[in-house]
Design a protein around this ligand. Structure first.
Ligand code: NAD
Length: 730
């Protein structure tokens, strides 16, 4: 018998070695072929008397298994919930058969039968369905490499661990630890897993299989703890144990406080654990599959999987890259400007394996980039997350300079000098005088059109925009902006570079604000309009939190600074003259900045106060200048305004082709400004509520609050013809 995804060899002791190595994948994943093969292997282990037990390991150097193939899950279209349940339950049934040896729970409990011993030799990361396979084995030995991760991250894409994770984990490490692990999705390391009882041992990678075989040989008759008489949940479980009752009361409250009721997966995980802890494991696994099926059939989970996994991965692999351009080999990047952004770009470039030559006006300024990285690395070293040697080697890859000649051998230029067209024109000229003729020049401008800047370049086809977000080492999005004359090579090199620094890229049109900066300002303005109307700032911030935004819009305004907002108002007015459309918050910005000196977080506070060493809190003095209204709106009304203040400009960007498609609109929103991840992004949200509902809601907001809520005409047409923003197979 041969298999597509694994090998099966039985040694002279009758111990089968199952080595999983899914072809065409860098990491093992549960796909249709592996499920098929593994079901065959389980039958063989259970039915063949010559097989006394088995060791399961991976043939990949990248790890044991990364989980289920979400591309496969996202695409499942079941004819009925019953059929969907059966599909979801297949993995559970197969793993249960492996751990029981095909015996009934009753037989095992009474000691009338035993399972064949199964050991997992885990030679690297085991996540999601990969860890669930490990947990269905009776003995688990894991590589002692500290970077090995063991976890169940399904909740991050709106799912729950559906291969027994919600049942076996609490039975091994207790409800509290299990709930933390499954609701946060955060992985654990082998040493912690061992101390908690999730695994049995850690050992050097090359000893794992021998150790596992040894255990199998020494334990010919076995059963999982929960298949033995008298099993109890560590730390208590079930509906009658006061410890677990108390735990569930607190856990539910805490989970909802954190997830703001936006993530059904979190609630279902706790439901699986509660309901599953009252019944025998065979029923518990069916309960898990029931909840798993419910999630998989929901629009919300499908949207999350589509944006946060499928489309994110495709974008990161370079879906937008022109195919005909040969791959570039970027070894050294020249960064112009060692300020906030240049330093961050330098840092992520070195992190991505490249050398950096960073140029500023003088050596002192250029050294700023080294200091920036040193600060980040020092923290890592002091926390034991990096050795001093590694930190030193990292810093040695940054060469600060004030001499353009040092740039002559770089493979790519990224410019991040002052946002001043004259300064930019000057550095473009000086740089092009020394770099190779075929080198791509990217500008990190946030407001200046790329086509305009490219006019200062001798080679506009090699000029492109690369818009990073601050702080660069933390923010996951990169907006890439081809100018009118940018060629395919410029886009290809930008995406090749992006692959190295591992950001999520979107390619957008060269218009003022590109995509993200056309959406965020109207959203922040809406919050400031609410302040002017006398709505309590706490209500505004909480409404945004309930919506699923990571920070409130007033806090975000403080971060980006009110003075920047005020400066933009003035420069836009100057640029547009009579064409300038007032936003309605000009007077608020002027009062805060000019009259009160409240510029934002970095200087003087803004909507918040930032006491030294203390926690930030809303500034109590605000209501003196913007008095509170007697009648406060409902939280739902505020939520709606804040949501549509993002949806409408995002919709306009989509309608006007500023973002090329629904997936880019969704990726840019979630990874650029933290748009509610539970929704899958603005386009997913609009598709889910339906275009006609979106248009009529927008119309009603426009009637009440002004034309800024008007939906694009193209969306009205689409709503009439019943179209969606995502084509069916997107
Ligand atoms: P910054 O003021 O912190 O840094 C600019 C650096 O450029 C300074 O170190 C300055 O000395 C240097 N510089 C100025 N003139 C120079 C010259 N002629 N030659 C060499 N170096 C020179 O500014 P920043 O916030 O890092 O912004 C840099 C660019 O990135 C701007 O175009 C800005 O619009 C853009 N940007 C900023 C952000 C942000 O959040 N700050 C986000 C995205 C893009």
């Amino acid at each position: 018998m041969t298999y597509k995804t694994l090998s099966f060899e039985v040694d002279s002791d009758g111990i089968a070695l199952v080595t999983i190595d899914v072809p065409g994948e860098t990491m093992n994943v549960w796909n249709a072929d592996l499920i098929e093969d593994f079901a065959g292997v389980v039958d063989r282990i259970v039915e063949d008397d010559g097989v006394k037990g088995a060791v399961i390991t991976s043939g990949k150097t990248t790890g044991f298994m990364a989980g289920a193939d979400l591309n496969m899950l996202g695409g499942i279209e079941a004819a009925s919930m019953k059929e969907a349940f059966e599909g979801a339950f297949r993995l559970n049934a197969m793993l249960r058969k492996l751990e029981t040896g095909g015996k009934s729970a009753k037989e095992l409990k009474k000691g009338l039968a035993h399972a064949k011993p199964i050991a997992a030799a885990v030679n690297g990361l085991a996540l999601g369905g990969g860890l669930e396979l490990v947990l269905a084995c009776h003995y688990r030995v894991v590589s002692d490499h500290p970077k090995v991760q063991l976890g169940v991250p399904e909740s991050m894409v709106g799912l729950l661990p559906g291969g027994g994770g919600t049942q076996r984990i609490p039975r091994l490490i207790g409800l509290q630890n299990a709930a933390m692990m499954a609701t946060t999705g955060k992985p654990t390391d082998p040493a912690t897993a061992k101390s908690q009882g999730l695994i049995h041992d850690v050992a050097p990678a090359d000893e794992l299989v021998a150790k596992a075989k040894e255990w199998v040989k020494a334990n010919p008759k076995t059963a999982q703890p929960w298949d033995k008489q008298g099993f109890k949940f560590p730390g208590g479980g079930g509906a009658m144990d006061p410890r677990s009752v108390q735990f569930f009361i607190a856990a539910n409250a805490m989970a909802q406080k954190q997830s703001k009721h936006n993530y059904p997966a979190i609630r279902y995980i706790l439901s699986c654990m509660y309901e599953g802890s009252i019944v025998p494991i065979d029923t518990a696994l069916r309960i898990e599959s029931k909840y798993f099926t419910k999630l998989l059939a929901s629009d919300q989970t499908r949207n999350m999987i589509r944006t946060l996994f499928v489309n994110k991965q495709a974008a990161e692999k370079g879906a937008a890259r022109p195919k005909d351009v040969p791959a570039s080999d970027i070894k050294t990047v020249g960064v112009l400007g060692a300020g906030l952004m240049g330093s961050g770009i330098t840092h992520v470039s070195v992190q991505g394996g490249m050398n950096v030559i960073v140029l500023d006006r003088d050596m002192d300024a250029a050294e700023g980039a080294v200091a920036y990285s040193r600060k980040i690395l020092d923290k890592k070293v002091s926390r034991g997350k990096m050795t001093q040697e590694k930190a030193d080697a990292f810093l040695a890859k940054i060469k600060p300079t004030a001499d353009y000649n040092d740039l002559k051998d770089v493979d790519l230029i990224i410019e991040a000098v002052f946002e001043d067209p004259d300064v930019k024109a000057d550095v473009i000229k000086k740089t092009e005088a020394v770099i190779g003729e075929d080198i791509i020049f990217a500008s990190n401008t946030s407001t200046l059109p790329i086509t305009g800047l490219a006019k200062h370049s001798k080679r506009p086809e090699q000029f492109i925009g690369m818009h990073f977000f601050s702080p660069v080492e933390k923010m996951p999005l990169l907006e890439i902006i081809p100018g009118e004359k940018s060629g395919d090579k410029a886009l290809a090199v930008a995406l090749d570079y992006n692959k190295k620094i591992r950001k999520t890229p979107i390619v957008v049109k060269d218009v003022r604000g590109f995509y993200t900066n056309r959406v965020v300002p109207p959203y922040l303005n809406e919050a400031m309009l609410l302040v002017k109307e006398g709505v309590k700032p706490a209500l505004i911030e909480n409404a945004a939190a309930n919506l699923g935004m990571p920070v409130g819009p007033l806090a975000l305004t403080d971060e980006t600074s009110l003075s920047l907002g005020w400066m933009l108002v003035q420069s836009t007015k100057k640029e547009l003259g009579d064409e300038y459309k007032p936003t309605g918050v000009e007077d608020l910005l002027e009062t805060m900045v000019e009259k009160l000196g409240r510029h934002g977080r970095k200087s003087g506070g803004g909507f918040y106060d930032y006491p030294e060493g203390g926690k930030k809190h809303l500034w109590p003095g605000l209501s003196e200048y913007f008095p509170l209204a007697d009648d406060q709106p409902s939280v739902d009304d505020v939520k709606d305004r804040l949501l549509y203040a993002q949806l409408i400009p995002a919709a306009h960007c989509l309608a006007d082709g500023i973002v090329p498609d629904a997936k880019s609109a969704d990726l840019g929103a979630i990874f650029g400004w933290g748009f509610a991840p539970w929704s899958g992004g603005p386009a997913s949200y609009i598709d889910t509520v339906g275009l006609d509902e979106f248009v009529s809601r927008a119309d009603s907001l426009a009637q009440r609050f002004g034309e800024r809520f008007h939906p694009p005409a193209a969306f009205r047409d689409k709503a009439k013809s019943g179209e969606k923003l995502y084509a069916k197979a997107a």
